[in-house]
Design a binder for this molecule. Structure first.
Ligand SMILES: [Cu+2]
Length: 430
C-alpha cells in the first residue's frame, strides 16, 4: 500500500471545492437552549451536539453508547470509526459544579472499553482506568459512573482501555462544567471543539491506530476544512473557544485579527489577573485551553499554525521539485505511480487549481491536500482550519453562516502594478 503522502494528485475535489460551509448542523441547535431554563449558557459544539440528560431523584443521568459508526471527515472521505451515540467526537456532556451525575456507558464495541473522566476530581473507583480502578466493560455490558461534580472548567472524556486503538479511531468527547456562581464576564457565545489526527491510508476506510507521527487528517471535532463549522458572532460579543487536544501532537491555535485572552483550562476559568494576551496558544496533548475575545467584524482565519496541519493528504517523502523543470517527464512517472501529476516547480499553490480543473486524480476516499473556495479564489487550506465570522447584524443566538464578509470600500489589499520590475525597493547588498 503506497503512503498517502507519496501522492500529490488527489481526487474527489470538485464537490469539496464547491462545498464551503453554508450552514450549521441542525442537530447542534439543540445546544442553543435558553440559558434561563438551565441556569447557564450552553456551549456550542462545532459540527457536534450536546447530550440530553434525564433527572432522576436529583441526579443528572446521561447515557453513552460506544459503537462503530460511519463518519465523514468532509465530502470525499468517509471511514469506519468508533464513536459515542452515533458521532465522533461523542456528544458534549454539560453539567454544573455541584451536580450529582450518573453516566451510563454501554459497550457496543467488539472489544472491552472504559471511560476515563479526564481531569475530573472524583472517587478513585470512578476514574475509569480499566484493570486499575474497575473491571473492563466487556462487549454488551453497561456500567454506571457516579460522582458529585466538585469543580468547573473545560474537560474531556475518553477510553482508558486499549487507548492506542480506541482514541485513534475516534472515541473521545468533551465534558464542560459550568461554575456554580455566575461568571463576572460571561461569554455571549461559548464554543468548544477537540483536536485530533487520523491515519486513513489512500483508498482505505479505517483509521490506522499504529501510526505515531505521520497522519493524513488533522481535525477540529473530527472534521476537516471546508467541512468545519465557522465560529459565528455579532460585533462586540464576548466569544469563548474551548479547545481540547486528544491527538498525538501539540497544536498552536492561532486566531487572526485580535489579541485573545487565554482565560482557562481544565483547571477552570482562571482569575482575571492570570489571563494573558496571545494570538497563538499551544494546546498540548491531553490539555484544554479556553480563549476569549471581543468579536470584531470580518472573516478571520482560525487554525493550527503547523502548516502541515492545515492540509489533508500531503506530499511528504517525495523529491523536492521546487525549481525543477519537469516538462515531459510526467507521463513516464505516471506509468510507475498512477495518479502522479508533475507539479511543484513554482510551489504547491497550483495543486488546488489542478484539482478544481479536473486534471488530477488520486486514490479513492482521499481528500485533496487543500480546498475551499472563498470570495477571492482558492483558500488552499485543509485540515485544522475554519473561520471566525463576525457581523454587525447577527441576532443573538443566531449561529447560521452569514456568508462571506463584504469589506467596506477602501479596506481590502489592492493591486498597484502587474509589472514584476515595478518600483525600486531597497535590497540588501552582499
Ligand atoms: Cu497542529
Amino acid at each position: 500500500m503506497p503512503s498517502r503522502r507519496q501522492f500529490i494528485g488527489i481526487t474527489g475535489a470538485s464537490a469539496l471545492a464547491a462545498a464551503a460551509p453554508t450552514r450549521l448542523q441542525a442537530e447542534a441547535a439543540r445546544s442553543n437552549n435558553d440559558s434561563q431554563t438551565q441556569g447557564y449558557r450552553p456551549v456550542r459544539t462545532l459540527n457536534g451536539w450536546t447530550l440530553p440528560y434525564t433527572l432522576k431523584d436529583g441526579v443528572k443521568e446521561f447515557h453513552l453508547r460506544a459503537e462503530e459508526i460511519d463518519h465523514e471527515f468532509a465530502p470525499g472521505t468517509q471511514a469506519k470509526c468508533w464513536g459515542y451515540n452515533g458521532s465522533t467526537p461523542g456528544p458534549t456532556i454539560e453539567v454544573v459544579e455541584g451536580d450529582q451525575v450518573r453516566i451510563l456507558v454501554t459497550n457496543a464495541l467488539p472489544e472491552h472499553t472504559t471511560i476515563h473522566w479526564h481531569g475530573i476530581i472524583l472517587p478513585s473507583g470512578m476514574d475509569g482506568v480499566g484493570g486499575l480502578s474497575q473491571p473492563q466493560i466487556r462487549p454488551g455490558e453497561t456500567y454506571a459512573y457516579e460522582f458529585e461534580v466538585q469543580q468547573h472548567g473545560t474537560h474531556m472524556y475518553h477510553p482508558h482501555a486499549d487507548e492506542m486503538t480506541q482514541i485513534a479511531v475516534g472515541l473521545m468527547g468533551m465534558l464542560v462544567i459550568h461554575p456554580k456562581q455566575p461568571e463576572a464576564k460571561p461569554a455571549d457565545r461559548d464554543y468548544c471543539f477537540m483536536l485530533h489526527n487520523w491515519a486513513v491510508h489512500p483508498g482505505t476506510y479505517r483509521p490506522d491506530p499504529s501510526v505515531l507521527v505521520d497522519f493524513d487528517l488533522w481535525t477540529f471535532n473530527s472534521k476537516v476544512f471546508p467541512a468545519i463549522d465557522p465560529v459565528v458572532a455579532r460585533t462586540g460579543e464576548r466569544v469563548r473557544l474551548r479547545v481540547a487536544n486528544l491527538s498525538m501532537w501539540n497544536h498552536p491555535i492561532h486566531l487572526h485579527g485580535t489579541q485573545y485572552q487565554v482565560t482557562g483550562s481544565d483547571g477552570g476559568r482562571w482569575p482575571e489577573r492570570q489571563w494573558r494576551a496571545e494570538t497563538t496558544e499551544i494546546v498540548g496533548v491531553g490539555q484544554t485551553r479556553d480563549i476569549e475575545f471581543i468579536a470584531t467584524p470580518g472573516d478571520w482565519a482560525l487554525h493550527c499554525h503547523f502548516s502541515h496541519h492545515t492540509m489533508n493528504a500531503m506530499g511528504h517523502d517525495i523529491p523536492n521539485t521546487l525549481g525543477v523543470d519537469q516538462s515531459g517527464i510526467g507521463r513516464e512517472i505516471q506509468n510507475v505511480i498512477p495518479g502522479y501529476m508533475p507539479m511543484g516547480k513554482n510551489g504547491m499553490a497550483e495543486h488546488q487549481r489542478h484539482i478544481n480543473m479536473g486534471h488530477m486524480r488520486g486514490p479513492k476516499n482521499t481528500l485533496p491536500m487543500a480546498a475551499g473556495v472563498g470570495p477571492h479564489g482558492n483558500i488552499e487550506m485543509g485540515g485544522m482550519f475554519t473561520m471566525v465570522k463576525v457581523r454587525d447584524d447577527i441576532a443573538p443566538g443566531d449561529y447560521s453562516d452569514p456568508g462571506w464578509y463584504k469589506a467596506p470600500p477602501g479596506t481590502t489589499a489592492y493591486r498597484v502594478s502587474s509589472d514584476p520590475n515595478f518600483g525600486n525597493p531597497p535590497r540588501r547588498r552582499t
